[in-house]
Write a protein that binds this ligand. Structure first.
Ligand SMILES: C[S@@+](CC[C@H](N)C(=O)[O-])C[C@H]1O[C@@H](n2cnc3c(N)ncnc32)[C@H](O)[C@@H]1O
Length: 293
C-alpha cells in the first residue's frame, strides 16, 4: 500500500480519534473509494456465503468488514479486530453507515493476545496488513487457528515493486524502484516486508497452510480519471515523490525528469497525460484450514 501524508479530514467532534490514525489512513480511504467496485468482487471469488461467520483481522477503517457483512447477509456475523482504537472508531461508523452494524462486533487489541475463539470462523480475512503486523507467518498461524476445519484463510496483499504500474520512462522507473527500496530501508529494519505480495504462498506454507491458491487482482484505469481515482493516484505520486527524491540525488537528470512527471502544476504531470494508463496489481491468496495441529 502506498502511503501518503495528506488530508485526513476530521470533524471537530472526532478530531482526537482521527489524530491518532497513521499517516497512511487517508490514502487507504482513497484507495477503497477509488477501487470499491473491484475490491467488493473479491468476495465473489472466495467461498464465503450468506450466514457465514467471518473474522476480519486488522480491519482498519472497516470497509471490508462492511462489505463482508453485506455479503454474509442478516444471518451472518463478522468479528472485526484491530490494534488501533482510532481505526476501530472509523470502522464502527463505516458499518453503521452501511446499515450492517447488527452483524458486526469489534475487538481492540494485538492479534497475538486477543482471545479470538479457535475454530470459530468460516472465513478468516486479512487485507493489506502483512506490512503492519509483527510477523506474517505468525499472523497466518493465528488466522488458521481461528478458522473452523474446512474454513478458509484469505489474504489480500500487494508488493511495492509492482503495485502501481504507471507509464514511466523506463530509466526513470528503474531508478525510482531502487530509490524506493532505499527509502523503505530507512523506514523499517525489514524492508523486504513491503515486497511480501510475491511470497504469499511461501508464507502460507510456512504457517502450515499447504493448499494455498493465488490470484492476481488487477485494476486498470485510464485517462480521463474520475475524481476518486485521481485523488488516490495523486496521493500515491505525492508519497512516492517524498520517498524517492532524496535517493535520486546521484542522478540529477533522472530526478528532474521524475519531478516534472509528479508535480501537479507541471505541464508534464502524469495524471494529466491524455494517454495515461495505470494498472494496479494485488495478490489474493487463500487456503482451506485443513492442517490442524
Ligand atoms: C494498512 S492497515 C490495513 C487495514 C485494512 N485491513 C484495510 O485493508 O484497509 C493495517 C492495519 O493493521 C493494524 N495492526 C497493526 N498491528 C496490529 C496488531 N499487532 N494486531 C492487530 N492489528 C494490527 C493497524 O492498526 C491497521 O489498521
Amino acid at each position: 500500500m502506498a502511503i501518503a501524508e495528506t488530508q485526513p479530514q476530521p470533524t471537530s467532534a472526532s478530531r482526537s480519534q482521527h489524530d491518532k490514525l497513521p499517516a497512511y489512513a487517508a490514502t487507504l480511504t482513497a484507495y477503497h473509494r477509488a477501487f470499491a467496485h473491484e475490491l467488493r468482487e473479491l468476495f465473489d471469488r472466495l467461498p464465503v456465503r450468506p450466514g457465514d461467520r467471518v473474522l476480519d483481522l486488522a480491519c482498519g477503517d472497516g470497509v471490508y468488514s462492511r462489505w463482508l457483512a453485506e455479503h454474509v447477509g442478516p444471518q451472518g456475523k463478522v468479528l472485526a479486530v484491530d490494534l488501533s482504537p482510532a481505526f476501530l472508531d472509523l470502522a464502527r461508523r463505516e458499518v453503521e453507515e452501511g446499515g450492517v452494524a447488527d452483524r458486526v462486533t469489534f475487538a481492540q487489541g494485538d492479534l497475538r493476545h486477543l482471545p479470538i475463539p479457535d475454530d470459530g470462523f468460516d472465513l478468516v480475512w486479512c487485507a493489506q496488513s502483512l506490512y503492519s503486523l509483527p510477523d506474517p507467518v505468525e499472523a497466518l498461524r493465528r488466522m488458521e487457528r481461528a478458522a473452523r476445519p474446512g474454513g478458509v484463510v484469505a489474504v489480500f496483499e500487494n508488493d511495492e515493486l509492482h503495485h502501481v504500474l504507471m507509464p514511466w520512462p523506463v530509466e526513470v522507473e528503474l531508478a525510482l524502484r531502487d530509490a524506493e527500496l532505499k527509502a523503505l530501508s530507512e523506514l523499517s529494519k525489514k524492508p523486504q516486508k513491503f515486497y511480501v505480495g510475491r511470497h504469499l504462498r511461501t508464507v502460507f506454507r510456512a504457517a502450515g497452510l499447504t493448499s494455498c491458491r493465488h490470484k492476481t487482482w488487477t485494476i486498470d484505469r485510464q485517462a480521463p480519471l474520475g475524481p476518486d481515482d485521481r485523488a488516490y493516484f495523486a496521493g500515491y505520486l505525492a508519497d512516492l515523490r517524498d520517498k524517492a527524491t532524496p535517493h535520486l540525488a546521484g542522478s540529477p537528470e533522472i530526478r528532474d525528469e521524475f519531478l516534472r512527471l509528479v508535480a501537479p502544476d507541471s505541464p508534464g504531470y502524469l495524471l494529466d497525460n491524455a494517454d495515461f494508463t495505470v494498472t494496479c496489481l494485488n495478490h489474493l491468496a487463500w487456503s482451506t484450514a485443513e492442517n490442524r495441529g
